[in-house]
Design a protein around this ligand. Sequence first.
Ligand SMILES: Cc1cc2nc3c(=O)[nH]c(=O)nc-3n(C[C@H](O)[C@H](O)[C@H](O)COP(=O)(O)OP(=O)(O)OC[C@H]3O[C@@H](n4cnc5c(N)ncnc54)[C@H](O)[C@@H]3O)c2cc1C
Ligand code: FES
Length: 309
Amino acid sequence: MTHHPRDKGIFLAEVRRRHTLCRAHFELTLSVPEFPHAAPGQFLQVLCREPARTDIAAASPEFARACPAEAPMLRRPFSIGGLRRPGRAVEIDILGRVVGPGTAFLDARRPGDRVDLLGPLGRPFSMPSSGHLAILVAGGIGLPPIRWQAEILAHRGVSAVAVVGAQSRDLLPISLVESPSSAGTPTFCAEEFSGHGVPLAVTTDDGTCGLRGRVTDALEPLLRSGRPAAHPRVFACGPEPMLRAVAALCARHGVVCELAMERVMACGMGTCQSCVIPVHDASRESGWRYALCCTEGPVFLGDRVRWDL
Ligand SMILES: Cc1cc2nc3c(=O)[nH]c(=O)nc-3n(C[C@H](O)[C@H](O)[C@H](O)COP(=O)(O)OP(=O)(O)OC[C@H]3O[C@@H](n4cnc5c(N)ncnc54)[C@H](O)[C@@H]3O)c2cc1C
Ligand code: FES
């Protein structure tokens, strides 16, 4: 691990590449001269407006053009979807789905544009040893940390399988290649996983690709078949109802799961208290307390979360 003098910071990145992943998702590859060590599950707080310029006065027309009033004031959280250190620069991937002004701002960034990042933030997924089987589960825009975890696990020689689900084929944020098989069931490859030797199962709610159903419909047989000798451990990211279902399924099969939870966040650094999640805490008389998703998470063990509150 490269030594860095600080564990997080603010960095001015330059957009290197932008591409459209599917009907709703885009990917930006950002380049920064330096960046601290980071791991899958950690996130960035991204300024979704022009980076502040200290050389123009707030009252000037140029400032008004650069920072229109409708641009979000608060940074927006985005999972790190990949990080490489080619030579002296650091490349960071973020994936987005446009849902409002912040994500629309990022979607409109083009190579050469600047983006202001704060990070890396939060606690990452654990890294299982090579005796484990990692079962990676991504729902929709939950893909970024799962995609990066697949890459790191492959580098460490840990066996992994992946399940990726979306509402429909045109909302799958992966580069999917479908091959017909003699048994009549198509098999799927996506560079994001096949490039790392990770087999992939695809689910769509409407059946337009892969198994018709939810990611849990593909996860259940994997947990049931068990490969008990392989010590399965599930890593998941996606909408909260999906994570709740994954946690319940894993509990039924006695498999540990780690969930990257994406609560709405304002500061991302433990100050505003906007991102609380109820968790079990045996040291409290009540048996539970609120944890901050941004600093204690975003990764939580599935059985630590009080899903009933
Ligand atoms: C740790 C973390 C990692 C994230 N990673 C990604 C990522 O990799 N890619 C990505 O596209 N998005 C990610 N998100 C969600 C992303 O931060 C929001 O979509 C974004 O802040 C919306 O900003 P906006 O200005 O475009 O829309 P806003 O106008 O702020 O919001 C539009 C709508 O989305 C809802 N919304 C905002 N944040 C969330 C959230 N966290 N969960 C559910 N609904 C929300 C709002 O309530 C509103 O209804 C992540 C969130 C967290 C907490
Ligand atoms: S987002 Fe502010 S405390 Fe978590």
